[in-house]
Design a protein around this ligand. Sequence first.
Ligand SMILES: Nc1ncnc2c1ncn2[C@@H]1O[C@H](COP(=O)(O)OC(=O)CCCC[C@@H]2CCSS2)[C@@H](O)[C@H]1O
Length: 373
Amino acid sequence: MLVRFSTKPCFRLLCRHKVPAAGFWSPATPGLILQSTSNDVYQNLALEDWIHDHVHLDGKPVLFLWRNSPCVVMGRHQNPWQECNLRLMRQEAIKLARRRSGGGAVYHDMGNINLTFFTTKTKYDRMENLRLIVRALNAVQPHLDVQPTKRFDLLLDGQFKISGTASKIGRIAAYHHCTLLCNTDRAALSSLLKSPLQGIKSNATPSIPSVVKNLLEKDPSLTCETLMSAIAAEYAAYHHTDNHINLINPADETQFPGINSRVKELQGWEWVYGRTPKFSVNATFHVPCEQARLEIQVSIDVKNGLIETFDIKAPGHWLPPEIGNTLNSSFIGSKFCPTETTLLTNMLLRTCPDDQRLHSKWKILCEKIRGIM
Ligand SMILES: Nc1ncnc2c1ncn2[C@@H]1O[C@H](COP(=O)(O)OC(=O)CCCC[C@@H]2CCSS2)[C@@H](O)[C@H]1O
């Protein structure tokens, strides 16, 4: 498979808006294949949106190939507390991203390839793209049994999911992006995509869990690089275009003006957590009390990631009602987030009477509350 690499496609000739010139791009080429040099999920998602918003795709579809260091990418209308194990993600420094397309939450690492098919809205065709991937896979390994489903997943051997799809359709442009599991850490995938929380009520989009498999488990001689080259070659053949893979750096503000502010937005708490559809949590904790265990109930409403109502129900002999009320009202308006809860708790402890027993109860309670965030 002969795929040539080069680094500077010229976006000026492609763009709907004026951007600085860079490198080469033949306007006669009926398509373009790009590959990101970055493994940062926020930069790659920002580049997708940049291309969607700036590039003139009429008669020039674009295929963008990218891989990320370990992260979870949820859909635009999802609830991260419901979809993933946030505590584990923080512990392992796994990034969390919210994409602009809908659908469920997936895990990415360097063993997972992402493919984004950009077209005009009228040329948008997910099944055509998936069939192209299947042809590419069969060109590398004719014995692979891979089929697209009605949900636009790709299944290996009729049962194992190897690819999930999502898309964004704009006024003029559209993109279909999908994953391809080559050699992903499946243990990490399943532990990170499992929320330990019960008792969340929301209208957020739920993910549809599947049994997944890596293509390399089927054929250990495959590599992500071979598969990307095969897909690029098939894309070039199908679109009668050059099979150059143009390497691009999404951090390059001179090629992609405004990209860095898009990256910042995608990294921000307001986008990742604050865009979660309104939800409520009901949790029950047990706290030690003399030789017994007491039950404490907490109900929280969260809107835009901020606590809207907070109601803690604890036996009056354990937590004096006026302290419970202070806790309830002080949480209102703060972020549903453990760091913010720690700050709040420390501040409250400084203002409350110097009662060591109360302090320790308060700390236990706040630790439990942090545990659900
Ligand atoms: N990387 C990857 N690939 C395929 N399937 C996965 C992956 N990670 C997790 N899963 C499985 O899919 C379900 C969720 O399926 P569900 O159908 O709910 O969601 C999706 O498939 C969304 C795909 C989004 C693709 C985008 C392309 C570029 S940025 S992300 C999850 O619970 C796991 O069982």
